[in-house]
Design a protein around this ligand. Structure first.
Ligand SMILES: *[C@@H]1O[C@H](CO)[C@@H](O)[C@H](O)[C@H]1NC(C)=O
Ligand SMILES: *[C@@H]1O[C@H](CO)[C@@H](O)[C@H](O)[C@H]1NC(C)=O
Ligand SMILES: *[C@@H]1O[C@H](CO)[C@@H](O)[C@H](O)[C@H]1NC(C)=O
Ligand SMILES: *[C@@H]1O[C@H](CO)[C@@H](O)[C@H](O)[C@H]1NC(C)=O
Length: 637
């Protein structure tokens, strides 16, 4: 499953006892809150677990006890953006006066009470066990083997304090209505994986993940909401029962990224959140006053339009990130969220710029902006990692140690030094100081790389063999530029050195947590083993075209222009900058491996349905808008 760059935002809030707001819960099994609805709404039975304030007049007069805390229930339409708020289940640390309504497990042992804000503060920095227990239909079905305990140790060693464990239950039900029994072996597996995490002292969030768009999609046409509510209650009751006696290191998140396009859906999702809380409470466990109880996180869609603060780098040719506008999109969205929840602990549940398919200078600027902006507003951040992105679980190595260092070490006041790069979306070429690019066949001359020093000074540069470069002889710093001398570069390359990554230079600075690796790359235009194919004869599967790479062994972008001059896909990209116009999207339309560039079957289908011969221009780094560092491949009809 290709990782989208996804942001899930989670927050934690405390319930206020109040007159129940529109669409709020006002009764049901185990419910002990107010049964009085806000003006114009009546408390109406939805099912045994849930009475809700719906428009209408109350049949009996009730006395309002408190002012209401309004809950916004409008929604966002972005599939990739999740805004969840979380709540502590009703007792948490201050649980001494709780009236127990639970019917489930009774735990022995001890429980260290913890407040929501304390949990969230300790969770940071967090890491997602992506594409694993959430895989469909089963763990192991996607790109990751069954997770092993040592993976959690690797994550902790890197400096992470928390883990989010997404879990999909959709294909693990063994019973139907009304019990919706979940396979006990699956619940045991979830419990075992939670133990792998908590046994190391990692703060751990467990959720209900892709169920959100399988059986629990409240937006689906003909969705049986009664069934969804019943099943959701039963699911969380069983999860709650299974995990009831774990420690205060465990928290629950109601549901991941529930589809939602209008306020009716928002109200229904709020309802599911309350059902979830009820189910967790009913399941018992560490929720008696003597023991306190685990934290519970719920999901409520709050913002009408939380804009997507992420560079879908490599999507639609976007390989540039870091302009003031890009950064403001992140920081202002975070600020709006914080303004809406001034005293609520907030978790950024997923964010990611994958090292496998993003340009490093833009990626590091993004990581720096997201993490520092989030920390400045006291958000906890949980990195998304689908197994192909950051941690190579087989070798226990991180693919981009610099991102991990900034994520795990930076605080809100950190100033990181970063390679500079093109930030202007209207540019026709792209520079990046994450690379020293030298073109094959040209003279080796000194190269000057602009850096954003951010108040630090350069301390050292070390090559892959561990040798330290000599300041003054091998390089010098002038203003905001690091200049590599011709004599140093000539030790590695001549004009005819074979193209490829020649050296990796690690830079260290006097402050901050960024130690970027700058790669010396000898490049020339790659060559393809064939330049054309007939679309109809290669349709039905992906087309691999052997390539002789000419530097970095990866694609930067792919343009798809029909011979009639139209864009094959996404013709609206005409409104984007020159390096994005007519560009296609990684994974949807193209991919690559160590020796091929790949056009997907979907791209081939698009040509067949357009009925027009199409030229695919494969572009490489350094990007020059297809002038030199690009090759064409034509699919004819
Ligand atoms: C909806 O689900 C409920 C609970 O499972 C069930 O009793 C009812 O028959 C379902 N309604 C329809 C129309 O299928
Ligand atoms: C709360 O969020 C909404 C939606 O993004 C935004 O319009 C509003 O300005 C925010 N409220 C505050 C006080 O910032
Ligand atoms: C440089 O790092 C890359 C990984 O990014 C690695 O594949 C390559 O072998 C390294 N090259 C040298 C010369 O160390
Ligand atoms: C690719 O083909 C287009 C015409 O479709 C042409 O303008 C462009 O120069 C070609 N690029 C390369 C790198 O051959």
């Amino acid at each position: 499953m290709q990782a989208l760059i996804v942001v899930a935002l989670a927050a934690i809030f405390q319930y206020a006892q109040a007159q129940v707001a529109a669409y709020g819960q006002c009764g049901g099994s185990g419910y002990s809150g107010s049964t009085s609805c806000t003006s114009g709404y009546a408390c109406t039975s939805q099912n045994a677990y849930y009475y809700q304030c719906v428009p209408g007049s109350a049949t009996s007069t009730t006395t309002s006890k408190a002012t209401s805390s309004s809950t916004t229930t409008t929604t966002t339409t972005s599939k990739s953006t999740t805004l969840t708020t979380t709540t502590t289940s009703k007792s948490t640390a201050q649980s001494t006066s709780q009236t127990s309504t639970s019917t489930g497990s009774t735990c022995t042992g001890t429980f260290s009470a913890i407040s929501a804000s304390n949990f969230v503060a300790k969770l940071h920095p967090g890491w997602n066990l992506g594409n694993t227990l959430d895989a469909i239909p089963n763990e192991g079905s996607w790109n990751n083997a069954a997770v092993v305990a040592s993976t959690f140790a690797t994550v902790q060693d890197a400096g992470f304090n928390g883990v989010r464990i997404p879990v999909t239950y959709a294909y693990h039900f063994t019973g139907s209505s009304p019990d919706w029994t979940v396979d006990p072996a699956w619940l045991q597996r979830v419990s075992d994986v939670v133990d792998m995490s908590t046994s190391l002292g990692l703060y751990t969030i467990v959720n209900v993940h892709h169920d959100s768009w399988i059986w629990a999609d409240v937006t689906a046409s003909g969705a049986n909401l009664t069934m969804i509510e019943e099943k959701f209650y039963r699911l969380w009751y069983q999860i709650g029962t299974k995990l009831a006696c774990k420690s205060s290191l465990v928290a629950f998140e109601s549901i991941n990224e529930p589809p939602c396009t209008d306020s009716t859906h928002g109200a229904e999702i709020n309802k599911l959140n309350k059902i979830f809380l009820q189910a967790i409470n009913d399941a018992g466990g560490f929720q008696f006053p003597a023991c306190g109880q685990p934290l519970v996180c719920g999901a409520i869609w709050l913002f009408k339009s939380l804009r997507y603060p992420v560079p879908l780098l490599q999507s639609l040719g976007k390989t540039i990130w870091g302009s003031d506008a890009d950064k403001a999109t992140v920081s202002s969205d975070f600020q709006l969220l914080r303004n809406n929840f001034t005293d609520v602990p907030i978790i950024l549940g997923e964010y990611d710029a994958s090292p496998t398919n993003t340009e490093p200078a833009g990626r590091w600027k993004y990581v720096d902006e997201v993490v520092l902006s989030a920390l400045g507003l006291n958000f906890a951040c949980i990195l998304w990692d689908n197994g192909l992105d950051h941690l190579n679980r087989d070798t226990a190595t991180w693919r981009d140690p610099n991102s991990i260092s900034m994520i795990t070490k930076s605080t809100a006041s950190t100033s990181n030094s970063l390679p500079d790069s093109t930030e202007d979306a209207s540019a026709t070429t792209q520079s990046s100081s994450a690379y020293i690019f030298h073109e094959y066949g040209t003279e080796v001359t000194q190269q000057s790389l602009p850096f954003v020093f951010n108040g630090n000074t350069l301390s050292s540069i070390t090559d892959s063999a561990g040798s330290t470069l000599t300041s003054g002889t091998d390089y010098s710093v002038s203003g905001s530029n690091i200049i590599f001398t011709a004599s140093y570069l000539s030790k590695h390359i001549t004009s005819t050195t074979s193209p490829g990554i020649i050296a990796n230079l690690t830079l260290k600075f006097s402050g901050g947590d960024s130690s970027p690796v700058v790669q010396l790359v000898q490049w020339k235009t790659p060559t393809l083993s064939s330049k054309t194919a007939v679309a109809s004869s290669v349709s039905g599967s992906d087309l691999s075209i052997p390539i002789t790479w000419g530097g970095l062994p990866r694609i930067a972008a792919v343009k798809a222009l029909t011979t009639s001059g139209t864009y094959l896909v996404d013709d609206w990209t005409v409104y984007l900058g020159p390096l994005q116009q007519a560009r296609t999207t990684y994974s949807s339309q193209y991919n690559w491996d160590s020796s091929n560039v790949i056009l997907t079957s979907s791209a081939i289908s698009s040509v067949i349905s357009a009925g027009v011969t199409t030229v695919f221009t494969f572009e490489f780094f350094p990007r020059d808008n297809g002038v030199v560092n690009a090759v064409n491949f034509t699919l004819t009809v």
